[in-house]
Design a protein around this ligand. Structure first.
Ligand code: NAP
Length: 289
């Protein structure tokens, strides 16, 4: 469990704010944020993104830094995280650790606060799709670990961010769920059930933390990442052909939705689930031929 040192590339990125920045409660956007979205609109803001050494989390970190935010990113593998921090540039720091470790959420939030003096944005992205397989053969302890990573950790991280900064200063939380919560699929019972719980948690927290903190979900369809490689790699063309948008998703498709949800443009949106799935949920009405 790393608390302070981590695998930072470069020291003192700063966020241009601090505990005494004097913004008052700000549910993502509002005073101090630039107008709308776009470059500079998150300047002076600080974000914590879990599971951001690759895939969707890294794309989110890239999108937020492109708009001016300072970011603290996490992942278990310190080497992969250090590479990501280097790629993200001087406004990024890393805090290696496992979100399943009960001490990690507090440590990651403390790390971001110590470096940036504030924490306006939390993106709960780290997740596991294990254990795969039919539920009748799933080890209940492995089932529990899916809930520890996918549901309990986002709650712990939100609690830590709330206590340390957001309760007094406002903020925006985005939980990465999945388009798959809309239905069922073979072999992914633990993942789907845990992600459905995360969606429910999102709505509960949105009500409990309003009006100072907005809490929303982004639910991706099939995206070209390592986690989903076993799904898209063997059948990408066939899967793409079933989607109204005629392609599988790229990490940036999801990152752009997250960036918008934490921006001032979304300042009246909380408890929402933004589905980013290339139209998968409406494909039944697609005209064939
Ligand atoms: N890809 C899809 O098609 C898809 C679809 C729907 C939803 N999602 C959701 O999108 C999110 C991102 O997934 P992805 O596809 O980008 O996965 P990915 O490419 O496998 O990346 C996962 C990231 O999370 C980190 N991570 C994994 N377990 C962690 C843990 N216990 N603690 C801390 N960090 C951890 C990984 O680094 P380390 O291995 O070094 O820890 C990596 O940086 C997840 O919430 C996933 O459920 C993905």
């Amino acid at each position: 469990m790393t608390t302070g040192g981590g695998s930072d590339a470069g020291g003192g990125p700063g966020a241009g704010g601090g505990p005494d920045a004097g913004d008052g409660p700000d549910p993502g956007g509002g005073p101090g944020a630039g107008p709308g979205g776009g470059p500079g609109s998150l300047s002076g803001r600080a974000a914590l993104i879990t599971g951001a050494s690759r895939g969707i989390g890294l794309a989110v970190a890239e999108a937020l830094t492109a708009d001016g935010a300072a970011v603290c990113v996490t992942a278990r593998d310190p080497k992969g995280l250090a590479d990501a921090v280097r790629r993200l540039g001087p406004r990024a720091i890393g805090c290696p650790g496992d979100v399943a470790d009960p001490a990690h959420p507090e440590a990651a939030v403390a790390r971001a606060l110590a470096e940036f003096g504030r924490l306006d944005i939390l993106v709960n992205n780290a997740a596991t799709n294990a254990p795969l397989g039919p539920l009748m053969t799933v080890d209940p302890l492995a089932w529990r670990s899916a809930f520890t990573v996918n549901v309990e950790a986002p709650l712990r991280l939100t609690q830590a961010a709330w206590r340390a900064w957001m309760r007094d200063h406002g903020g925006a939380v985005v939980n990465i769920c999945t388009e798959g919560t809309d239905g069922v699929g073979p072999g992914i019972g633990a993942y789907g059930t845990a992600k459905t719980a995360l969606l429910r948690l999102t709505r509960q927290l949105a009500a409990e933390l309003a009006p100072s903190v907005r809490v929303n979900a982004v639910s991706p369809g099939l995206v070209r990442t390592e986690m989903a490689r076993f799904v898209w790699e063997p059948d990408e063309r066939e899967i793409a052909a079933t989607l109204p948008m005629a392609r599988i998703g790229e990490p940036e498709d999801v990152a752009h939705a997250v960036r918008w949800l934490v921006s001032a443009e979304a300042s009246w949106i909380t408890g929402a689930d933004l589905v980013v799935d290339g139209g998968r949920r409406v494909r039944a009405a697609r005209r064939i031929g």
